[in-house]
Design a protein around this ligand. Structure first.
Ligand code: FCB
Length: 465
């Protein structure tokens, strides 16, 4: 028996959550009056998604949400982060709301609450109404952040009696950089376009303006939620912070890593938490700086109640330097370990440094890990089980590092595993499985994996197990 002193426990009230997003699991892409989103259009364009997969049916969660809530409960989740499909609520992006679309989320929230699972609602997980894309080129125009704020205010008013946590936007960096600056890659003599919806290719200065509109949309939505939802409703964002990891755990290395993280997140995290673009960001942009007013900067930095960070991999390794800016990046060795996805460098310590830097750089008072997880080569074994040993390793080592942060007083209030179930992984289609629950995409049958058992035990004990 281990003594109580050696148990790696999390603080009381720590949330054990799982996450998904609307386009990745709901399906029912044109049901009950839903409008078309840019991801519907993108996935329907031949050549965009691996295997020609689409989210038309996805996990059919729209019809199976009751079973899915029961499954989440059975794997010990105490919180569920999901997103609302904007075009279900406003099929044209703005104007008249669609009551049937909203009804689905009413039913889902009720089901969650009766299962003892706390809903955390993301308002934008990339599925922009196509009408706003067509009319305004999406986030290129200030009309889109304005429409987003109206939608956010409306939803928080409708659900705010039962939903206590709203996340404005998921991963600013991902949808802006991938959606608006598509790149060409050569594979076997063929040129492929890499990126997500809406699949635009803008110049650097245009891209900086899109970034600005995205963070402005966040700020406007925070204000709209404050004006519409009951007092006490908590609002934040979920950003995939790029974390500079110090090579050595000494004060000079740590200070260098803090400086690098602050600078390398200048267009998103830093401006949202500081209300200004860093000098280096503006200097580097030169004539390509975004156009903005002081009032917009103040809106962007509207006070929030928590910060959500999606943490998968180290951004860079850095060392201190005597030359400005005081740090320098170290190349990552070719043999550095990886998880299954091409981009997924493995370093569990990033789960320690990311929240710790949120506290040391920005004095964050409430932090959620809004995503963390990995794809794995899961398959159903002869005995019907899914032995995802690598995901169990990943979970235990990441949560061990997160517990280290909480034990040092870093205020992390919860963890959301990405994902509750295997789902549509954007341009990778259904090939990359991130779930704690396995989904057979022919029959749509769900089976909890070994990692779900790990998660359930950890959640019950509120500890690393
Ligand atoms: C994040 C996305 C999420 C999922 C995971 C694997 O970038 O927010 O939807 O695709 O990666």
């Amino acid at each position: 028996m281990v003594s109580a002193g050696t148990v790696r426990r999390f603080p009381e009230g720590f949330r054990w959550g799982v996450g998904t997003s609307a386009y990745q699991i709901e399906g029912a892409w044109d049901e009950d009056g839903k409008g078309v989103s840019i991801w519907d259009s993108f996935a329907h364009t031949p050549g965009r998604i691996r295997n020609g997969d689409t989210g038309d049916v996805a996990n059919d969660h729209y019809h199976r949400y009751k079973d899915d809530v029961a499954l989440m409960r059975s794997i010990g989740a105490t919180a569920y982060r999901f997103s609302i499909a904007w075009p279900r609520i406003f099929p044209e992006g703005a104007g008249t709301p669609n009551p049937k679309g909203l009804d689905f989320y009413h039913r889902l929230v009720d089901e969650l609450l009766s299962a003892g699972i706390e809903p955390f609602v993301t308002l934008y997980h990339w599925d922009l109404p196509q009408e706003l894309q067509d009319a305004y080129d999406g986030w290129r125009s200030i009309e889109t952040p304005n429409a987003f704020a109206d939608y956010a205010g409306y939803v928080s008013e409708q659900l705010g009696d039962r939903v206590k946590h709203f996340i404005t936007i998921n991963e600013f960096r991902s949808f802006v950089e991938a959606g608006y600056q598509v790149v060409d890659v050569k594979v076997g003599g063929k040129t492929l376009q890499l990126g997500g919806a809406p699949g635009m290719r803008l110049s650097d200065s245009e891209l900086k303006q899109v970034r600005h509109h995205a963070v402005l949309g966040h700020g406007l939505a925070v204000q709209a939620i404050r004006a519409s939802a009951p007092r006490g409703t908590k609002v934040g964002f979920a950003e995939n912070i790029r974390v500079a990891v110090p090579i050595i755990d000494t004060p000079d290395h740590i200070a260098a890593a803090d400086a690098a993280t602050r600078e390398r997140n200048a267009g998103f995290m830093t401006v949202m938490l500081e209300g200004r673009y860093t000098d280096a960001y503006l200097a580097e942009a030169g004539g390509n700086s975004p156009t903005y007013t002081d009032e917009e900067l103040a809106t962007i930095a509207s006070p929030i109640d928590f910060v959500g960070i999606n943490v998968y991999r180290p951004g860079w390794y850095v060392e201190p330097s005597d030359e400005p800016p005081g740090y320098h990046e170290i190349p990552i060795n070719a043999s550095h370990p990886k998880m299954q996805s091409d981009w997924h460098l493995l370093d569990p310590e990033v789960m320690y440094w990311a929240p710790r830097q949120m506290q040391s750089i920005w004095d964050a008072k409430s932090i959620y890990i809004t995503e963390n997880g990995c794809a794995a080569s899961d398959f159903v074994a002869d005995d019907g089980k899914i032995y995802d040993t690598d995901r169990v390793m990943f979970l235990r080592s990441c949560l061990g590092q997160l517990q280290r942060a909480t034990a040092e007083g870093v205020p992390v209030d919860g963890y959301f595993h990405w994902s509750a179930q295997d789902n549509f992984e954007w341009v990778d289609g259904y090939g990359n499985r991130f779930g704690l629950i396995y989904v057979d995409f022919d029959t749509l049958a769900r089976t909890p994996k070994l990692s779900a058992e790990w998660f359930r035990t950890a959640a019950r004990q509120n500890a690393v197990v």
